[in-house]
Design a protein around this ligand. Structure first.
Ligand code: SAH
Length: 491
């Protein structure tokens, strides 16, 4: 079967700016050939069995030459693969997309193009610069500032000046003084507002707003580095007024999110939407116990129990899988009362058509234990090995019979492609949503200096665990995600 190639624009950096069609192409890819500057969140959409080929520049290494990239695309398509060629921004705007299609075209390989959000428009937008505005201009021009080493810039500055439009230069940081000089020589007003936007749309975006005359020296003073776009035109004067991105409450803050991989999505997204630089750090994983004779036995004798207790969203899933295996369903729970540690766990029960009879006011084991201190036993605890002692202690103290069954293990592991070592050198916030996330974080970083870490904890028990390892903490008022977000904003 004939393969094909889809040329996909990955957008300027913010993973939310990948298009819907680009995401679909990635999710179905068998081979992905990508450049530097494509964000890890976007690369994470590539299905694990797909082959990933990085043809971008790595520090100290040379990029794969263009001819070789063209050949790789051809070879993989000839092998019958669905190939995605993923490029920063828009693939046809200074992206050599056209060159890469030539060889495919000659060889009659089917291809498609998915345009992307270009940095030429998105970086100004995130810097509060509308590239056109009826009061100021009626056109926008996107120009490359790149020049071969030693060669003069081939830009018709007079023509650009005559347009009276906004000018956006890509790849122009190295030639910024020459660009500004060229425009001045061509007669542009030295006071024309001008800007550079570094790392546009990313949490570390920085901007310098100045004038055509002063921009080169101010950009140097601010140590602006590539990638950056240069914008020249009166619209730059609006940047401070429309400064929505820099004004976000968590702009510039580094946050590590330690939740299990399958449950970190929404917290990461909420934090990013508030401007934070988020590193997902899935250092714990729940592994159901393959053989769990204790649970099987308990399920066979469910009638003996009065209460069934789940202390994490993983619990119901595992319990009901076993129940189904034993040939029974939710009706087997008819005589039982159900307790859930919090709303997420209760929501898992709802999936099986069941409502929790008890959810504590504060969603942690200590409060769950207090809420259950007078229940009629026996109680069946279906939870992780190495769980909190709060429940067994209270039941023992109050003479309530119970059975504590470890149904799953929490495995601590260092995520491969989330280098947090660098982050720990500066002040960094780390979210902890359970005591086990604290242990996972600490155990995955043996010997690390955690003195720059501020642990943002979902509740007091989690905070206690963090303090044991010398981590400074701040605690959410209620044990909910909303409250944790508020706590992070105030940190
Ligand atoms: N096809 C890309 C541009 C590739 S040329 C696009 O449409 O965005 C590479 C240049 O793009 C860089 O030199 C820089 O000028 C610009 N660029 C890419 N990403 C950027 C970002 N996040 N912020 C600012 N400029 C960026």
């Amino acid at each position: 079967m004939m393969g094909n190639v889809i040329l996909v624009g990955a957008g300027p950096g913010d993973p939310g700016l990948l298009t819907e069609k680009g995401r679909q192409a990635l999710e179905q890819a068998q081979v992905v050939v990508y450049d530097r500057l494509v964000s890890p969140e976007i690369l994470a959409l590539i299905p694990p069995p797909a082959e990933r080929i990085n043809v971008g520049k790595e520090a100290g290494h040379h990029p794969v030459p263009q001819e070789r990239i063209n050949e790789i695309l051809l070879e993989k398509a000839r092998e019958g693969k669905r190939v995605v060629r993923l490029k920063g921004g828009d693939p046809f705007l200074f992206g050599r997309g056209g060159e890469e299609l030539e060889l495919l075209c000659q060889n009659k390989i089917p291809f498609q193009v998915v345009p992307g959000v270009t940095s030429a428009l998105a970086a100004p937008a995130y810097a509060g610069i509308p590239v056109t505005h009826r009061d100021f201009c009626s056109s926008v021009h996107i120009v490359t500032g790149h020049a071969k080493a030693g060669a003069p810039l081939r830009i018709d500055f007079e023509a650009l000046c005559r347009t009276g439009g906004t000018l956006v230069f890509l790849m122009g940081l190295g030639t910024l003084p020459r660009i500004c000089h060229g425009l001045l020589e061509a007669g542009m007003d030295p006071e024309t507002p001008a800007a550079v936007v570094e790392q546009g749309t990313l949490p570390r975006q920085r901007k310098v707003i100045s004038t055509l005359t002063e921009l080169p020296s101010e950009a140097t003073a601010a140590r602006i580095q590539s990638p950056a776009v240069i914008v020249v035109g009166k619209v730059c004067s609006l940047s401070d007024k429309f400064d929505w991105f820099d004004a976000l409450p968590l702009k510039g803050k580094d946050i590590i999110v330690t939740r299990p991989a399958d449950r970190s999505g929404t917290l990461c997204q909420s934090l990013r939407a508030l401007g934070a630089s988020v590193t997902a750090y899935p250092c714990i994983r729940t592994v159901p116990r393959e053989d769990c004779p204790q649970l099987e036995e308990a399920i066979a004798g469910l009638d003996r129990f009065r209460w069934l207790v789940f202390t994490s969203p993983a619990g119901p899933e595992i319990f009901f899988r076993r129940l189904r295996k034993s040939g029974r369903d939710a009706r087997a729970l008819a005589g039982l009362k159900l307790a859930a540690i919090g709303p997420k766990t209760a929501a898992q029960l709802e999936r099986f058509g069941l409502q929790a009879d008890l959810v504590p006011e504060v969603f942690d084991s200590a409060h769950l234990a207090r809420a259950m201190d007078k229940v009629d036993g026996p109680v069946l605890l279906c939870r992780a090995s190495r769980g909190s002692d709060a429940l067994p202690e209270i039941f023992t103290k109050n003479g309530i019979p119970f059975q504590d069954i470890p149904c799953y293990d929490t495995v601590y592991e260092a995520p491969e492609d989330a280098p947090v070592g660098e982050l720990l050198k500066r002040k960094v916030l780390v979210t902890f949503t359970s005591a086990s996330t604290v242990r996972g974080f600490v155990e995955s970083l043996p010997g690390a200096d955690l003195s720059n870490v501020l642990g943002c904890c979902i509740g007091p028990q989690t905070a206690e665990e963090a303090k044991k390892f010398g981590i400074a903490v701040t605690v959410a008022r209620e044990a909910t995600m909303e409250s944790l977000l508020e706590c992070i904003k105030g940190a």
